[in-house]
Ligand binder design. Structure first.
Ligand SMILES: [Zn+2]
Length: 82
């Protein structure tokens, strides 16, 4: 699918916005906050599972904004989405 020129222009004008997403804990690995690159309004991805910057799936928390002051933040996302 080829995006229309107007869409391409809109994408170019957009600055990258990150949302915070909470991963599930896997056994000994505690749940962490990840960054998700946003291409849609946060309202549209409320509670949706999105691919995070570090490549895992996490549930977007629209009431949280990235970066988080929390300590349990994914170190990979913290580097890739400052
Ligand atoms: Zn991450």
């Amino acid at each position: 699918m080829v995006p229309e020129a107007a869409d391409v222009l809109r994408m170019m004008l957009q600055t990258t916005v990150f949302a915070a997403a909470r991963s599930r804990s896997h056994g000994p690995t505690a749940a962490q906050w990840h960054a998700v690159e946003l291409h849609r309004p946060t309202a549209e991805i409320d509670g949706a599972c999105e691919l995070t910057v570090c490549g895992t799936l996490a549930r977007v928390a629209p009431d949280q904004t990235w970066p988080l002051p929390s300590t349990d933040v994914c170190p990979v996302c913290a580097v890739l989405a400052p």
